[in-house]
Design a protein around this ligand. Structure first.
Ligand code: CS2
Length: 490
């Protein structure tokens, strides 16, 4: 970054008019506390919220909270009066937009009292989350709170000094009694509002049964479907931001032009007028949620694991391979789309084509390694639920089985060309050790990994046909590599 250039901050706004929505935002009070201040939130909800305030007013400034003891985002944003830019990239080029809706950043482990004060503020009416799958401290085996998670155990033993999202939510709801906020999950989980409700209720039940009952009766946990591809920031985006803005932004967010937000309209205390700026407020979000999770995230993960083996670094590079393209297209058409129950207005083929075009976006450079993270938590909602539905309907699922096989062979930590990589996953140590014990023998690899009940439900893991399908795909990957296997399975 050029040290001579000024930093993005409020005094620069008058020079940045063409990068701002064309209305003054003023200085809205904080009405939303958001856990998980990553690129996705800054490319999605923070923008919808700014636009909604511009369209219809309201005190919906956002306080972004980092739950981990990581000051990097706070350091970057505080220097910039919490302003940042999004670099919206599509085939036609790039547009830089400066976003003003974030008002404050809190690093929870360092500013717990400040965060608690804010969570108790009557002005705060929504607490929203993008904490990734693992932030829910969720046990897929019980569909509830993971009581074996050490952070959960800490929070249950010290409910006034929480570390986890469920711990903070329960602390805040307990201390706000009679004045609840709405809890809004914005992560890629099936039934995300219900999962969050379950973990919060179980946590509350363990500390105070009356509180649990009050939460169950009073607090709303709408489900949402969120969508916008927003890769991690690299120095190349920092340079692009300087070029576009003429000032230094330490943490710009690259993203695609496409965006979508479907929200269950179930808010106790009001909400920004998100419906005025393109969000869909609906009674039942689940059909949209499953469509996006299975069609987009399911194929994203498939592309990621095949790519880690074949050596495609980015999604656009992978989808430019005709065999991968055909595989993904046919996987959507023939195995995923038929499992969806969507409103008549939802055009499956148009959705498919739009996804393939989004993947092919050459300017996003969305890294397959980034998508490959946390597979143990992503596989169940993205792929395994679809397989279970296919089995129940007596239909084939060989491409979905290939996705599982690719993930299993990905855990061997080496690409086909011999390039070593690290697996990033809360269960990485256990999973990569199991994979290593198999010494490349697919029968053993499957036996060991399918026995991991946190990921594979018993019914699926012990179904001989499922085992045979995954085994066939794993053998093909081993014998001929990911590209040729993609061709064979396309
Ligand atoms: C991706 C998602 O990293 C991943 O697992 O599949 O982050 C994806 O880009 C978003 O859900 C798109 O809305």
């Amino acid at each position: 970054m050029d040290a001579k250039l000024p930093r993005l901050n409020r005094t620069q706004l008058s020079n940045l008019k063409k990068h701002l929505f064309d209305k003054e935002l003023g200085d809205p009070a904080i009405g939303i506390v958001h856990f998980g201040l990553g690129n996705f939130h800054r490319a999605h909800q923070a923008i919808y919220t700014e636009e909604a305030m511009l369209a219809a007013g309201g005190e919906w400034g956002i306080c972004g909270v980092t739950l981990l003891d990581d000051v990097a985002m706070q350091a970057a944003l505080q220097e910039q009066d919490c302003l940042y830019s999004v670099l919206v990239r599509d085939r036609d080029g790039e547009k830089a937009q400066v976003i003003r809706s974030i008002k404050k950043v809190i690093v929870a482990p360092r500013q717990q009292q400040e965060l608690k004060d804010l969570l108790l503020s009557p002005q705060v009416k929504i607490v929203s989350l993008t904490v990734t799958e693992k932030g829910y401290c969720y046990d897929p085996k019980t569909s509830g709170l993971d009581f074996n998670n050490p952070a959960v155990q800490h929070d249950l033993a010290n409910p006034d000094q929480p570390k986890t999202a469920p711990g903070y939510l329960v602390w805040a709801l307990k201390n706000r009694k009679n004045n609840p906020f709405t809890v809004l999950s914005c992560d890629n989980l099936a039934h995300n509002g219900t999962i969050l409700r379950n973990v919060v209720l179980q946590f509350a039940d363990a500390v105070d049964k009356d509180l649990a009952k009050w939460i169950a009766d009073t607090v709303r946990f709408p489900s949402t479907m969120v969508d916008r591809i927003a890769p991690a920031t690299t120095d190349s985006e920092r340079e692009a931001a300087v070029k576009a803005l003429g000032v230094v932004d330490a943490w710009p967010v690259p993203c695609e032009a496409f965006r979508q937000w479907v929200i269950e309209d179930n808010f106790a205390m009001g909400r920004p007028a998100w419906e005025k700026v393109g969000a869909m407020l609906v009674d039942d979000v689940i059909p949209y949620e499953l469509a996006k999770l299975r069609m987009l995230n399911g194929t994203h993960s498939t592309i990621a694991y095949l790519s880690m083996l074949a050596g495609f670094e980015t999604v656009d590079e992978a989808i430019a391979d005709q065999d991968v393209f055909n595989l993904i297209r046919n996987m959507m058409d023939q195995e995923i789309a038929p499992t969806l129950t969507v409103p008549d207005s939802f055009d499956r083929k148009a959705y498919r084509d739009q996804l393939l075009a989004r993947y092919a976006n050459p300017s996003l450079k969305h890294k397959t390694a980034q998508i490959s993270m946390d597979g143990s938590l992503k596989l169940p909602p993205r792929i395994l639920g679809t397989i279970a539905d296919r089995i129940a309907a007596g239909q084939s699922y060989s491409r979905l089985a290939l996705a599982v096989a690719a993930w299993m062979r990905f855990l061997l930590c080496k690409s086909e060309s011999g390039q070593a990589y690290t697996v990033s996953d809360p269960m990485a140590e256990r999973l990569t050790a199991l994979a290593a014990e198999s010494a490349g023998d697919n029968a053993k690899l499957l036996e060991k990994l399918l026995a991991v009940r946190e990921i594979f439900p018993e019914a699926l893991a012990t179904n001989p046909q499922v085992v045979a399908e995954i085994r066939k795909a794993a053998d093909a990957l081993q014998a001929q590599g990911a590209k040729a296997t993609a061709r064979q399975y396309a």
